[in-house]
Design a protein around this ligand. Sequence first.
Ligand SMILES: Cc1cc2nc3c(=O)[nH]c(=O)nc-3n(C[C@H](O)[C@H](O)[C@H](O)COP(=O)(O)OP(=O)(O)OC[C@H]3O[C@@H](n4cnc5c(N)ncnc54)[C@H](O)[C@@H]3O)c2cc1C
Length: 375
Amino acid sequence: MKKTFDIAIIGGGVIGMSLARALAARGAELALFDASVSVPPATNAAAGMLAPSFEHGHGGDCVSEALYHFGAHSLSLWPNYAAALEEETGQFIDFRGDGALGLAYTEAHANELGEQASRVAARGGDASIISGDDARAMEPALSKEILCALWAPNDAQVDPKRLLIALRAAVEKKAVQLFPEKVARIDVEDNGPRCTTFSGEAFSARKIVVAGGAVSGLVDAGLVFPVKGDATAIEIEEGFLTRVVRAPGAYLCPKAGGRLVIGASEEYGRDGDAVDAKAIETLQANAAIAAPQLKGSKELERWTGLRPGTPDAAPILGQTDTGVYLALGHYRNGVLHAPASAQEMTALILDGEASEYLESFNPSRFGKDKALQHG
Ligand SMILES: Cc1cc2nc3c(=O)[nH]c(=O)nc-3n(C[C@H](O)[C@H](O)[C@H](O)COP(=O)(O)OP(=O)(O)OC[C@H]3O[C@@H](n4cnc5c(N)ncnc54)[C@H](O)[C@@H]3O)c2cc1C
């Protein structure tokens, strides 16, 4: 078995896979370790909203200017990224660049949406308030109780499960060597870094990147921690809704094949794979307030996932003082951020170039020496 590589990536979610694809396209010889059998990727739990407008200021966090612009920049990469990935692999990923609607039923909701529109406009984004009738003209299934809506024409969506299948196919085509193994530790020695799997195999690489999501066991738990989210999918007729709808207490994301993804709860610091039945009931009830014909629809599945949270809700992209690279902590927006994260990390790893985004998201903002558990 080959045990020496140019670059080893730890983690095969959307962030690790996108980075592997980008690095392999530049000719790097790569190993990718992924423990998805024991640690399921958050990517498969995501709704796939590509939503810098709606996410800006979510829950009082995600407010930084750099984070908004990083999300908007990544969104601008998405149409070409999706088209190239589909072309390369022949896999349909259900990318839809048809905007998103946020609903208000009360004056209080309307005020919140107004503030959101102003926040986005202040950053140079496009978000406006439209009437309930205009929202229903776009999506006739929506409730007549809607007072007004926030219309974000540039927000988009993709199907994350299809995306991950396509990314995997892309990296396999590029001869990235995939190891379905969990990495137990990273050691940085004089002759370079080395990672060792739980089965005891050691691999060396000139550069190692940790992209292991919320619970890799390799990064200080105060820096990247799980934020558990439950979600569900119900059956709809194709075309019942066409675009993302963000209602009070639930978002609704129509996917190909008559599947409507409804999400999501949010519990800080919680991990585990148990789905909270009460949270699912509440999400389904809130979805049926937004689109009343959904009441009683057949549930297809329910699941939970662990978002990789960080203390300031922004990703951690860069290099620690031990030389190990981190591509972590994309929290609620890893699918949105994947193209830009891969682009920025590739420039850093292969060319030593750090853009202003990387300066904002550098691990040193938390104290470099604390970043790695092992190193
Ligand atoms: C309910 C829910 C809804 C979401 N909705 C959206 C959305 O609409 N839009 C959006 O942009 N984002 C969304 N997110 C967030 C998004 O899913 C994450 O930000 C993103 O998936 C993080 O990707 P990642 O590659 O960093 O981590 P992951 O997808 O978690 O992948 C990490 C991988 O690393 C592997 N791994 C971990 N440790 C090791 C190790 N030591 N050795 C080897 N392998 C290891 C794991 O097995 C896993 O496969 C949502 C998340 C949840 C939970």
